[in-house]
Design a binder for this molecule. Structure first.
Ligand code: SF4
Length: 83
């Protein structure tokens, strides 16, 4: 689940994000987020890809953390970390 989408001040206003995802972004001199949680949910699979396509990586997509493990449970060591 996506909690928030932000456009950083480093945006150069190229318009790619608004072209690809007009429900979430609008672009003038800089892009801004106009969508809300319903739009983030509808575009969830695509938003991280759009963020990767931003030429200056000015889009941040915050995902909700997955449910944590039960309290007290320790992560298992992977084979690669064993020596
Ligand atoms: S793709 Fe990136 S640089 Fe282009 S308008 Fe969107 S946030 Fe700004």
């Amino acid at each position: 689940m996506i909690r928030a989408v932000r456009v950083l001040p480093s945006c150069i206003g190229c318009g790619v994000c608004a072209y690809l995802c007009p429900d979430v972004f609008r672009c003038g001199r800089r892009a801004r987020v106009v969508g809300g949680p319903e739009d983030f949910a509808a575009w969830e699979p695509t938003l991280p890809e759009i963020a990767d396509l931003c030429p200056v990586l000015a889009i941040e997509v915050d995902r909700a953390r997955p449910r944590s493990r039960a309290r007290g449970a320790r992560p298992r060591a992977s084979r690669a970390s064993r020596s």
